[in-house]
Design a protein around this ligand. Structure first.
Ligand SMILES: *[C@@H]1O[C@H](CO)[C@@H](O)[C@H](O)[C@H]1NC(C)=O
Ligand SMILES: *[C@@H]1O[C@H](CO)[C@@H](O)[C@H](O)[C@H]1NC(C)=O
Length: 866
């Protein structure tokens, strides 16, 4: 039944169970966090305490403790990922639990190299109680497919009547050298939170004709979304259940994504709703939008990839805080083209406004018909004549239900050819006794995302196909969250072609044949190599007789991969700016992929800062280069159609051409936010050590302020002429960001600035520069200036310096022959400033009022006047 009574009854049951559990003084609900293979245990980055696992092992002699050989930068914390327990034979843990409780079980896997073990050989099964959770599972393959460094699998186990929960790891016997491993285990008791009469979608006669006894089902969490809201980390979950709630934008189908909104009334979260979801979930929502005619003509739709031939429980979380009355907003819910509910009226069901509620449906996903997908669509019910034609959702969870044989295990994701090559490459390295990086794109890609539901990277082409309903050739998977944002967001909302590179991009840049590239680089002659990156080697070359170019050639077993290659083409071909490195074209032939750029004669900013063999840059040159780079970044953030976040701002990505014009390069990690109307994008953490925004790292939320942080590090690097990370220095000085900030606070910054600059920088200019850099490094993104403000400040500094140095140069000193162009830039910059002021997100506005660039400017102007 879709009736209130059913829902209320179910909540009451929860309430009772919850209270019963809480009424028992001893023992409290079990909550165990194990850091496996770790003898001491420890705290994670969120301050949660993880204990050693050995005392829970039944047969400890069949396993060994091990330490990961490499630490991926995307790991949220050392504990529990950097240690593992390795099982060479079937081994069990035993936990004492309350047999009448439901249990959340989370398994953390970090498939990195471990000493003397080839992680690609690890295939194993995991059982909990009588339920098979994983079978022939390869964490390495799954991580590779997800492009994540680590995987979290979450299960909720039905009450078992047993007071012992056994958790068994068994290496697969298909391969002789196979082993099992695990890095972290969470066992958390919860009150029952499911219903015995969950209606099955797609059976005539409505929801009550076929039901699922969800209370008896063990489940795997596939998706958990804070719809219309932001990522909620485990430490902010309700009732101590430590669930993660992800942003839903990545799953929205098509260009019509509705609008997001936030409650400004008080949500009444009663005793029971507390368990179901945190307040944050209920106080944000996605609705269809203000226009009834538009709403009538589209479905607000989300698409999820799942394993075929399982039944799924789809749980909707609702709370209407915008309307007050019944029949103001009534809508239909479709799941896989079938009506799940035709008259959902949240206020009627919840018996009031501002009242949270949830509604569950079950759906069987048939491998043949449903294309391994769950489609959830909302549409206003026009028939019942509601006051507004609209629909809404606050949260969504999708759980896989165990099949008849108590099995939850699905197949490993299928790898693309490129990924398979990556895996072969790793195997080869292992056979040669060399360490290899874990199979992660970019080496630093990461897994904020996830219950590692089987999910694979989506190449742009596949993603396009996926977006066509009814295409049955799709074999890849959607990662749990923030799916391949590096590629997919660049194309969302555009027409979809079928080749890898969009026609937009293709028409904006030139296609080169492999033969042309070979000729340009003298068959990739080593003497032409000018750099090496995660992507492969960079060659200098000559095309069209005399045009110098830089050619970035992808290594077929590249760790950066096709994804970033395509992102870069898509991004760069749209972007033309004096301070961005221009993409001239690309080559894609067989296994070869290459990108062709303008040649930047003077190389990277970094090499001019502390390469002993080069002439040191003057202070003004440094300011000019910073200004150029800031302009490039400011353009990315505000000047293009979408906000573009570079994600990897550092001195090696700021290049200088023959005329000393600085240009920002390397958009392989860039990300667009569709208008960024939520102010951030949840994402896997990518970027470079030493430059990485700690807030982004902590919360996996990317905003343009993450680039501002990295740029702050660049500013200090320019001032101090030392690398962002220098491990050879004493510990407290290793990180430039930390060291410079400490010196700045203690007033000792002058001691660490580049000796070449001593006495050559005006004190007020130095002060301004250090203050600007310091602001960029603020802990919270909202406290950091915008790129436009940073640019403004540095321009003021340059002006300050130039004014003192006589009148040989009007504004721009040595090297740069920008002349009037520069002046024009200056005017347009002011115009852009006004734009930022009016268009900026909320925090931009408040920040501007505190730190008005015009004020800063007038301060400097008046200083001059004195
Ligand atoms: C919304 O989805 C349902 C179920 O798939 C479909 O029947 C209906 O035509 C869709 N409506 C619109 C306006 O696309
Ligand atoms: C799902 O079941 C159908 C028929 O029952 C079978 O042909 C198909 O291979 C199954 N798919 C998967 C992924 O197991």
């Amino acid at each position: 039944m879709h009736s209130n009574s059913c829902c209320v009854l179910f909540l009451v049951c929860i309430y009772i169970v919850f209270n019963v559990i809480h009424a028992q003084p001893v023992p409290g609900p079990t909550k165990i966090l194990l850091s496996c293979g770790n003898q001491k245990g420890g705290n994670d980055a969120d301050g949660r305490k993880w204990e050693p696992d050995s005392k829970y092992l039944v047969n400890a002699d069949k396993s060994v403790e091990s330490k990961a050989e490499t630490q991926d930068s995307s790991l949220p914390s050392d504990v529990p990922y950097m240690t593992a327990r390795i099982f060479n034979a079937e081994t069990s843990y035993k936990f004492s639990v309350n047999g009448s409780s439901r249990i959340f079980l989370r398994l953390h896997f970090y498939p990195s190299p471990y000493p003397n073990l080839n992680i690609s050989n690890s295939y194993f099964s995991v059982k909990a109680g009588g339920v098979t959770l994983l079978n022939n599972f390869s964490a390495a393959t799954t991580a590779l497919a997800l492009s994540q460094a680590y995987i979290i699998k979450e299960y909720t186990l039905a009450p078992s009547d047993l007071n012992d929960l056994s958790l068994t790891f068994k290496p697969s016997d298909k391969y002789s050298s196979s082993f099992a491993f695990v890095n972290g285990i969470e066992v958390i008791e919860t009150p029952e939170m499911f219903d015995d009469n969950t209606g099955m979608v797609g059976f005539a006669g409505g929801d009550s004709s076929v039901t699922v006894e969800a209370t008896k089902a063990s489940m795997e969490t596939m998706y958990r979304l804070n719809v219309g809201g932001q990522f909620i980390p485990p430490t902010n979950d309700s009732a101590g259940l430590m669930r993660s709630w992800y942003d839903d934008t990545a799953y929205i189908f098509g260009a019509s994504s509705g609008v997001t909104n936030k409650a400004n009334t008080t949500i009444r979260v009663g005793g029971l709703a507390v368990i179901l979801a945190p307040l944050d979930v209920y106080s944000t929502a996605r609705t269809m939008g203000p226009d009834p005619n538009i709403n009538k003509n589209y479905n607000l739709t989300w698409v999820f990839e799942v394993d075929a031939n399982f039944t799924y429980l789809v749980r909707f979380h609702f709370c209407d805080y915008l309307y007050q009355k019944v029949n103001q907003r009534v809508f239909e819910i479709f799941i896989n083209n079938q009506t799940a509910s035709d008259t959902l009226d949240v206020i009627a069901l919840a018996e009031g406004a501002n009242q949270p509620m949830s509604k569950d449906f079950a759906v069987h996903v048939n491998g043949k018909q449903d294309n391994n997908e769950i489609w959830v669509a909302l549409h206003p019910n026009v028939g019942v004549k509601p006051e507004f034609y609209d629909a809404m959702m606050n949260g969504l969870e999708i759980f896989k239900l165990g099949d008849g044989k108590a099995n939850l295990a699905g197949p490993n994701p299928e790898l693309s050819d490129l990924m398979r090559k990556q895996q072969e490459h790793n195997n080869k390295k292992f056979a040669e006794g060399k360490s290899y990086t874990s199979a992660i794109i970019g080496g630093a890609a990461g897994g904020a995302a996830a219950f590692g539901i089987a999910a694979a990277i989506i190449f742009v082409s596949q993603n396009r196909k996926r977006r066509h309903p009814g295409n049955h050739s799709m074999s890849s998977w959607l990662p749990l969250h923030g799916h391949s944002q590096t590629s997919s967001t660049t194309i969302s909302g555009r027409s979809h072609g079928s080749t890898a590179i969009s026609s937009d991009a293709a028409s904006n840049c030139r296609y080169f044949s492999l033969a042309e590239i070979k000729q340009a680089t003298k068959n990739f002659d080593e003497s032409n190599v000018i750099g090496v990156g995660g992507f492969g080697k960079v060659y200098k070359g000559v095309i069209d007789g005399d045009t110098k170019v830089a050619i970035k050639r992808s290594n077929p077993s590249s760790e950066q991969g096709v994804n970033e290659f395509q992102t870069e083409i898509e991004m760069l071909s749209q972007l033309r700016h004096r301070h961005l490195v221009s993409l001239i074209g690309f080559c894609e032939e067989g296994n070869e992929m290459a990108l062709i750029y303008d040649y930047m004669g003077k190389g990277t900013l970094r090499e001019h800062l502390y390469n002993k063999n080069k002439v040191t840059l003057s202070w003004k040159q440094r300011l000019e280069i910073c200004i150029g780079a800031a302009k490039g970044l400011h353009y990315l953030h505000t000047g293009a159609k979408y906000t573009i976040i570079h994600r990897d701002v550092k001195t090696t990505n700021i290049l200088v051409d023959d005329k000393w014009v600085a240009k920002v390069s390397d958009f392989g990690l860039s990300k667009t936010g569709p208008n960024m109307n939520q102010g951030h994008v949840s994402t896997v953490v990518k970027g470079s050590f030493g430059y990485l925004d700690p807030e982004y790292f902590r919360r996996q939320q990317l905003t343009e302020k993450s680039d501002v942080y990295s740029f702050g590090v660049v500013l200090f690097e320019v001032l101090c002429a030392r690398p962002a990370l220098n491990p050879s220095l004493p510990k407290e000085q290793v990180s430039l960001a930390d060291h410079a900030m400490r010196c700045q606070r203690n007033g000792t910054l002058e001691e660490i600035i580049d000796p070449h600059l001593k006495g050559k920088v005006k004190p007020e200019c130095l002060k301004k520069f250090a203050e600007t850099a310091e602001k960029c490094l603020s802990d919270h993104g909202t406290d950091r200036p915008s790129m436009g403000d940073v640019l403004w400040n540095i321009e003021c500094m340059l002006q300050l310096e130039s004014d003192s140095s006589g009148s040989q140069h009007s504004r721009v000193p040595s090297g740069s022959n920008e002349g009037s162009v520069q002046n024009m830039d200056h005017i347009s910059l002011m115009a852009m400033h006004r734009n930022t002021l009016s268009l900026g997100s909320e925090h931009d506005v408040t920040e501007q009022s505190e730190d008005n660039p015009d004020d800063i400017f007038s301060q400097i102007v008046s200083q001059k006047g004195r």
